[in-house]
Unconditional design. Structure first.
Length: 121
């Protein structure tokens, strides 16, 4: 994946609900709110090392789950394919609208768009 922050954000999007409330809280403050370990520690009255330990454990847990399931990896591999399918469906719709005005082609394009959208959810 591109960079560590992006990777951690993706892992959190997929597996964040599996973390404890404290892990989620610290993780969001560190990655989403961009607070430093020291700032989080000060706000919670604990040591910087304590905050780091919570975040590192959360990262390790989510990485372990990803290593076992591969959900993020498959999502990242699938996304460009879905985007190309969407682009092809869009082009088919435009061609049909300009040249053919075939209702069956329009129906099939709609099916492709709906199924692609369902796969993205």
């Amino acid at each position: 994946m591109k960079n560590q922050t992006f990777r951690m954000t993706m892992l959190f999007d997929f597996y964040g609900e599996l973390l404890t409330e404290r892990q989620k809280e610290f993780y969001e403050l560190y990655y989403d709110e961009d607070l430093s370990l020291s700032e989080i520690a000060e706000n919670y009255g604990i040591s910087r090392q304590g905050v780091r330990d919570v975040i590192v454990r959360a990262e390790a847990y989510m990485t372990e789950i990803e290593d076992k399931t591969g959900l993020v990896k498959r999502f990242m591999q699938r996304t460009p394919h879905l985007e190309r399918i969407e682009a092809a469906a869009d082009e088919l719709r435009r061609l049909n609208d300009r040249r053919y005005e075939d209702s069956r082609i329009a129906e099939l394009v709609t099916v492709i768009e709906q199924e692609t959208a369902a796969l993205k959810e």
